[in-house]
Every structure is written in structure tokens, then in C-alpha cells.
Design a protein around this ligand. Structure first.
Ligand code: AMP
Length: 191
């Protein structure tokens, strides 16, 4: 299997690029944020729980996220790989992912880290908020809280994947096409 992680802060372009890569390589794109939003829109129990954290710019608790993630992956029985977008976001999630994939005889191939300066992220997310109507992108303080949450809980995973020789930093500034070309070049090298 080819399993990729799109990694980086909120607004780095993970969703856009994950979708492109999934289409390019015929992989299944899994976005935990999108699954949470789907549950919120459909007023499920999981949605109302997740919303309490998302509205504050905080991460949804690990146990809830991991259970939801596993269910989502299990729905895709006949795929030859995944692009994970927004998961893992904590060390506990990274360990759970490793175990989950190992039990299926597979592993993460590469972690593609989209590097974008924090100052660009705020501008990008406010713009996305205007265009997409995502409520968590409409409020500058909420954006800053999510970026802070990223630095505190998620960025430490960079070292985790670096130590496992999985990390590939990519310049995340530029046009969507240009960034996509950088990512494809990197992935092609490892296939
Ligand atoms: P995203 O669409 O990836 O920006 O995620 C939107 C929000 O969903 C985040 O700010 C978190 O509150 C929540 N979320 C998404 N993925 C995760 C995750 N792996 N762990 C915890 N919370 C998550």
C-alpha cells in the first residue's frame, strides 16, 4: 500500500493538496476535519461532541478521534493506499496509526510537511473563511488558537517522523499547481 500523510499547520494547504495527490495516485483521501464537519452538519452525537472543541480552536480528544478515524479507514476496503489529511495530530494518534497500519501489514510511506510561515496562515485562513463559510476560519482569534494548538501538540510529531526517516519538508508557498508538482516529484522518487 501507499500511505501518505499530509502534514502542516492549519491553512498550509493540506486538504487541497491531499485531494490532488489522492486523484493523481488513485488513493483514498481521508480528512478527519471533514468527517467531523459532516457529523456536525448531520447533527450526530459525535458531531455535537466534536463541535465543543472545534468551536474553541482545540483538538478533539484522542480517543474519540482515533475511533472515528479507524471506522473511516475500515469503510474503504478495496483501496491500495490512503492520503491522511489532518491525522495524526498528537503523539497518541501517531502511535495508534502506526499500530493500526502494522496490524494490516502496512505502514506510512512518507509524511509530507507543508511549510508555510504563520503570518501567511492567518491571511489564508481568513480568506478561506470568506469563501467557504467555515465558521472556524471567520474569527482571527480562533485561527490563532488553532495555530497555537498546532505548535503545542502537533508540531512535535515532526521530530517523531524525522527520527523514522519519513519526513519530507516541502515549501508550501506558491501556486496550488507548483506545490502539487513539488509533492508529486517527491512521492515519485519513493515509489
Ligand atoms: P481541519 O479541517 O483539519 O482543519 O480540522 C478542523 C478541526 O477539527 C480542528 O481544528 C480540530 O478541532 C478538529 N480535528 C481534525 N482532525 C483532528 C485530529 N486528528 N485530532 C483532533 N482534532 C482534530
Amino acid at each position: 500500500m501507499v500511505n501518505l500523510i499530509l502534514f502542516g499547520p492549519p491553512g498550509a494547504g493540506k486538504g487541497t493538496q491531499a485531494e490532488r495527490l489522492a486523484a493523481h495516485y488513485g488513493l483514498k483521501h481521508i480528512s478527519t476535519g471533514a468527517v467531523f464537519r459532516y457529523n456536525i452538519d448531520n447533527k450526530t452525537q459525535l458531531g455535537s461532541l466534536a463541535k465543543r472543541y472545534m468551536d474553541k480552536g482545540q483538538l478533539v480528544p484522542d480517543n474519540v478521534t482515533i475511533d472515528m478515524f479507524k471506522e473511516e479507514v475500515k469503510k474503504s476496503a478495496r483501496v491500495w493506499g490512503f492520503v491522511f489529511d489532518g491525522f495524526p495530530r498528537t503523539r497518541v494518534q501517531a502511535d495508534a496509526l502506526d499500530d493500526f497500519l502494522a496490524a494490516r501489514g502496512t505502514a506510512i510511506l512518507k509524511v509530507l510537511l507543508l511549510e508555510v510561515p504563520d503570518s501567511d496562515l492567518v491571511v489564508r485562513l481568513l480568506k478561506r473563511g470568506e469563501e467557504s463559510g467555515r465558521t472556524d476560519d471567520a474569527d482571527e482569534q480562533l485561527i490563532r488558537d488553532r495555530i497555537a494548538e498546532y505548535h503545542a501538540k502537533t508540531a512535535p510529531l515532526i521530530e517523531y517522523y524525522q527520527n523514522r526517516s519519513k519526513l519530507e519538508p516541502v515549501d508550501g508557498v506558491g501556486s496550488i499547481d507548483a506545490i502539487n508538482a513539488r509533492l508529486v516529484k517527491l512521492v515519485d522518487k519513493t515509489l
